[in-house]
Ligand binder design. Structure first.
Ligand SMILES: Nc1ncnc2c1ncn2[C@@H]1O[C@H](COP(=O)(O)OP(=O)(O)OP(=O)(O)O)[C@@H](O)[C@H]1O
Ligand SMILES: [Mg+2]
Length: 415
């Protein structure tokens, strides 16, 4: 696996089963420690005492999981023959990793040629183990290359919605990405005015359709104001009635991320449960704060809570200071804000009522004005960085198609 930037793997992994066949106490321990890794919350981990022969026996009578890891002390042809016969018992969707006793380039090449995802040398440290399993699962089960972007205000009215709208317009048009834009605010959504569409559905109906797998009905709920921009045309919910179940909302996210390379969620009007559901798995988060003390305090608390939610991992988290200069006498100075938040501000947006309120009222694009285009350029910076990571990841998986594929598939194409 590449030693490059691994931040694209800092996400909640997809639901999957992983089985380790080993008799080695150290490997068992490293594997079991993954239970504590927040990314593995939905991954079920099983250790089976045994080797490749045990795996053959096991999967001749039971269904194979998404990933099988085999530890071996023998690395001769006898082992690779057994591995070949194991492949015959595994499902088409199963990937394989082998752990062996020594570094051996020829063996590595042979295994990769057989479709094994990776060859690791014992002893395995938990961190390396988790990165390797994460990369294999992301590639094979496919959280896909879809990138989830969350936008949230530290308090009400700080500009999260207008910033999400600007991101949606400009990621789809300037960066040419097929983008889906979703508002978690249900009946409190102002998106139909900001993006100029007639709400044709409610968030409640959309999440129900996703949970039931009703694609026809979901397709009818999508507005498409520009070639690459798609919006859930929700907002018709009763304002004083919100009960969107987070599990169903997750089903909607899963459906959208299967179809759209970029999904943006405006969390500013969402419930705490929906905020948690999105923040836990977002690849990029914009936390928007005003420069006033109540907002900065709330931002500080939220940064800690988001960190806790993600097991201390704040990769991809950007703080945007918005409306800078709207009440200079009462604003916390930038330097002090950065000290209080214990991190640099990613973007500072000046108070600019003409650009913002005009954009909002006319359902225009923020980047259309001179001031606005500078703001948009800054807002797109983290997205560009994220997408090039994702492009690298896509590139590496294409490369891997030459050598690393799912175990069974590769074996079939070879025979
Ligand atoms: N930098 C700015 N300069 C001037 N006005 C701004 C700026 N950013 C946002 N606004 C204006 O502030 C108002 C609130 O913005 P917005 O609705 O996006 O905030 P929000 O955080 O989504 O609020 P809510 O908590 O209600 O969801 C809007 O009228 C918007 O145009
Ligand atoms: Mg809002």
């Amino acid at each position: 696996m590449s030693d490059g930037d691994k931040s694209h793997m800092s996400v909640l992994l997809p639901e999957a089963r992983v089985a380790l066949f080993t008799t080695d106490a150290e490997s068992k321990e490293s594997f079991q420690a993954l239970e504590k890794d927040w990314r593995f919350a939905r991954v079920s981990l099983t250790v089976i005492d045994g080797d490749v022969e045990m795996a053959i026996k096991h999967y001749s009578s039971s269904q194979s999981p998404e990933l099988v890891i085999i530890q071996t002390e023998e690395i001769d042809d006898g082992f690779t023959d057994k591995l070949e016969s194991l492949a015959g018992h595994l499902s088409e969707k199963t990937s394989a990793i082998v752990i062996g006793p020594v570094n051996d380039v020829n063996l590595y090449r042979k295994l990769i040629g057989m479709g094994v995802s990776d060859y690791l040398v014992r002893p395995i440290k938990t961190a390396a183990f988790s990165d390797d399993i994460a990369a294999t699962l992301i590639e094979s089960v496919g959280s896909g290359d879809s990138r989830l972007i969350a936008v949230m205000g530290a308090k009400g009215g700080v500009g999260a919605t207008v910033i999400s709208e600007a991101l949606a317009w400009h990621i789809s048009s300037d960066l040419g990405q097929k983008t889906f834009f979703l508002d978690a605010a249900a009946g409190w959504s102002t998106l139909s005015v900001g993006m100029n569409f007639e709400p044709s559905t409610t968030l409640a109906e959309a999440v129900r359709a996703a949970a039931e797998g009703n694609e026809d009905s979901l397709t009818r709920m999508i507005a498409n104001p520009e070639e690459k921009l798609f919006i859930l045309s929700s907002g018709g919910d009763v304002m004083l009635d919100d009960h969107i179940e987070p599990e169903k909302f997750e089903a909607l996210l899963k459906y959208l991320m299967g179809l759209y390379p970029v999904v943006i969620v405006d969390l500013s009007g969402g419930t705490a449960a929906l905020k948690r559901a999105v923040l836990t798995r977002a690849h990029l988060t914009y936390l928007v704060s005003a420069p006033t003390l109540p907002s900065v305090r709330a931002a500080r608390t939220l940064l800690h809570e988001i960190g806790d939610l993600r097991g201390g991992n704040n990769d991809g988290l950007n703080v945007i200071l918005n409306m800078h200069g709207y009440a200079p006498k009462f604003e916390v100075p930038k330097k002090q804000i950065e000290e209080g938040l214990e991190r640099p501000l990613s973007i500072v947006i000046p108070f600019d009522p003409v650009s913002f309120v005009q954009t909002e009222s006319e359902a225009g694009k923020l980047g259309a004005s001179k001031n606005g285009s500078e703001i948009v350029k800054n807002l797109l910076g983290p997205v560009k960085a994220l997408l090039s990571i994702s492009a690298n990841a896509a590139g590496s998986s294409e490369e891997k198609n030459d050598g690393i594929g799912r175990f069974f598939t590769k074996r079939k194409t070879k025979s």
